[in-house]
Design a protein around this ligand. Structure first.
Ligand SMILES: Nc1ncnc2c1ncn2[C@@H]1O[C@H](COP(=O)(O)OP(=O)(O)OP(=O)(O)O)[C@@H](O)[C@H]1O
Ligand SMILES: [Mg+2]
Length: 301
């Protein structure tokens, strides 16, 4: 059996499910998925953990499944963060180049990045990511790595992602209680962007949206770098809730009806047959035309 260090594990604690992926470096340098575990989760709402026990249980279950499939024991993982309270801002930093010969060193780069992060941060927030968008040397921009260049003034534009300290601690606690050490917390749309966008898409500009059950996360990537990212407190679960409320049917049934027959544009409903919708408390089912379903889903969309 291969050594566990050769594996990379990602954990996603979502509002509807917990997912665990085990990846292995492929021959082409990419990541090959060798293990996958999924478990339904009732312990998280809108990306925030509201029930530690339930979340830990779901995580243990998903981890076991991934371990069996990959044939490894999982002890460390990269963990996704996606709560509705993650915020992102663009910030700038500036320093004078220290050396007399004006050659920019690693130390100057470190100092300018620190300067960009020094904007007052409330005590309940912490920096999750600080991603350089571009460096400027004596006002000339578009520089990816200024190391070794000559200049007297070094500036940087960064994308800062901050999270809520207490929420992050709760997340760490859950993961630790499932027997896993956290390598790093990663804001999910940034990880998704890294995983699925092509080099061309990143350069041309693309808005990536991950519509989850409780939240929708997004990242705007332009000129190869992240320019904006965030979380909206709405997701696919709201459509299920709307159907359950209006049709007075159990959530499980509403979820099935939504995924099988739902459509968000009334105009697209050609086949207007009726579907049988069970009522709450075991009453008799009633027949609802598909166009009526779209009439409930469209305003939410
Ligand atoms: N075919 C489909 N049509 C419409 N909605 C769907 C379909 N398949 C899945 N969904 C919805 O996607 C949601 C689950 O998405 P996902 O697994 O990305 O959420 P999550 O990561 O658990 O939640 P979050 O990211 O909000 O914390 C559910 O609300 C489900 O109803
Ligand atoms: Mg998600």
């Amino acid at each position: 059996m291969a050594k566990p260090q050769q594996y990379f594990v990602g954990v996603d604690i979502g509002s509807s499910k917990v997912g665990v992926l085990v990846g292995q470096r492929g021959d082409d340098g990419g990541m090959e998925v060798v293990g996958r575990g999924l478990a339904p989760n009732r312990g998280t709402r809108r990306g925030n953990i509201v029930n530690v026990e339930a979340t830990v249980e779901a995580l243990k279950q998903a981890t076991e499944e991934a371990e069996v499939m990959a044939g490894v024991e999982i002890s460390r993982a990269y963990v996704g963060v996606a709560g509705a309270d993650v915020r992102s801002v663009n910030s700038r930093g500036m320093v004078s180049v220290a050396r007399k010969d004006r050659e920019i060193t690693r130390q100057d780069i470190r100092r300018v990045l620190e300067a960009a992060q020094s904007a007052a941060l409330p005590s309940d927030r912490e920096i999750l990511h600080s991603i350089p968008q571009e460096f400027l040397v004596d006002e000339q921009g578009g520089i990816a790595d200024p190391m070794g260049m000559l200049g007297s003034r070094l500036e940087v534009a960064v994308h800062l992602v901050t999270g809520n300290v207490t929420r992050s601690k709760t997340l760490l606690t859950c993961v630790n209680r499932a027997g896993i050490e956290v390598v790093e917390l990663v804001f999910e749309p940034l990880a998704t962007a890294r995983a699925i966008l092509t080099e061309d898409e990143r350069e041309l500009g693309v808005l990536l949206i991950d519509i989850g059950a409780g939240t929708a996360e997004y990242a705007l990537v332009l000129d190869g770098e992240v320019y904006h990212s965030g979380v909206l407190p709405v997701g696919a679960g709201h459509f299920t809730n709307d159907l359950a409320m209006v049709l007075r049917t159990p959530f499980g049934e509403a979820e099935k009806i939504k995924t099988r027959h739902g459509c968000c544009l009334e105009g697209l409903v050609i086949d207007d047959t009726g579907i049988s919708v069970p009522t709450v408390a075991g009453g008799s089912s009633r027949i609802v035309p598909k166009r009526e379903l779209a009439g409930i889903l469209q305003p939410r969309a």
